[in-house]
Ligand binder design. Sequence first.
Ligand code: AMP
Ligand code: MG
Length: 404
Amino acid sequence: METGISVERAVALLRASVQPLGAETVSAPEALGRVLAEDVTAPLDQPPWPRSPLDGYALRATDSAGASRETPVTLPVWETLFAGSWPGGETPAGHAVRLTTGAPIPSGCDCVIRQEDTDGGTEQVRVFRSLETWDNYCFQGGDFRTGDVLLPAGTRLDGCAMGILAAAGLCRKELSLRVHRTPRCALICTGDELTERDSAVLPRGHIYSSNAALLEYRLRELGMELTVIYERFPDDAAALADTLRLACGTSDIVFTTGGVSVGARDILHEALPLLPAERVLWRVNLKPGSPLMYSTYEGVPILSLSGNPFAAAATFELFGRQLLAVLARREDLKPQAVRGTLREGFPKSGRRFVRGVFRDGVVTLPQGHSSGVLRSAAGTNCLAEIPAGVPSLPPGSEVTAYLL
Ligand code: AMP
Ligand code: MG
């Protein structure tokens, strides 16, 4: 087991200890947020036929030769096509077809003139401009063609990708997609002092288990599945070992909070060897949450966070999301690093990750940075890194911020 290590070393150990999860099949409309395990190919051309990008007239470019406002060319209107209608056949030379945006361009025509460059006639039209072949002509398959890789393996299916699938007729209930499995997460909050969020009664000596709510909802926000949730687990090492063993059997990753420091009831030290789990690391050089502990049991990662609410939250963001990124093949889950300028200074030394608001390159720090204080984290959107080796940071210092 490594101990007293850097954040970077810890992240490397975590990432090296896990393998991406396998694939599964889901119905296409249910695939939002999932990551494609296979390329998706287009089964049709989009648009399926040549179409007009504007309201105007389809014609042969040669029929508009020499046209201008002073010397218009007059063409009889062969037919009128709206979006959703279909041409009667090939348009004869010397004719125009009146059409609206999204209507098919009939064969024979090779360009579209905008209505504004004509007199807008319905029986015949006066054309005020000469066009080149393929002017305003949206080709069949101009967006994608049959057989094209529409979305490559590894694409996260966000709203835009779902729209692309739908454009290809692939967002249908009866169709399925191969996607990477979503990590099934177990969450076990230890501490004899904890009370469930739903309890109306807070016994003497107890606090509500805010870690359970914060981490559960955070995991859901990130698109994770939750299998096991203990909002409060007693400080009983043997019972915890049994529960961890079961949780590892049904989950892809286990998060615990509390009991990782050096107190008499810091039971993770005793529980993990009972599994027996392989201890990978304990204690990382950062604040908050330095007693971070990480182990694996039968290949399942167990990330044990300090019980202090802000420490649990920050170390989940910095370390938990790295594990989820590998498991889910979702590098977007890694907190993104940006550079920003501290609006106020920060008075303390030592490597820290403090709550802040990053906006337009400026990091604003709230009041209240203790790891036991959660409320001041409301509305923050980053962890700003206070580097080691400087006694304090003056206002205007440049820092790295990790976006949440
Ligand atoms: P521990 O890491 O078990 O030493 O706990 C550190 C501090 O965090 C103590 O003040 C605990 O009461 C508090 N704490 C532990 N677990 C939770 C939790 N689930 N929700 C809120 N606070 C907690
Ligand atoms: Mg405790």
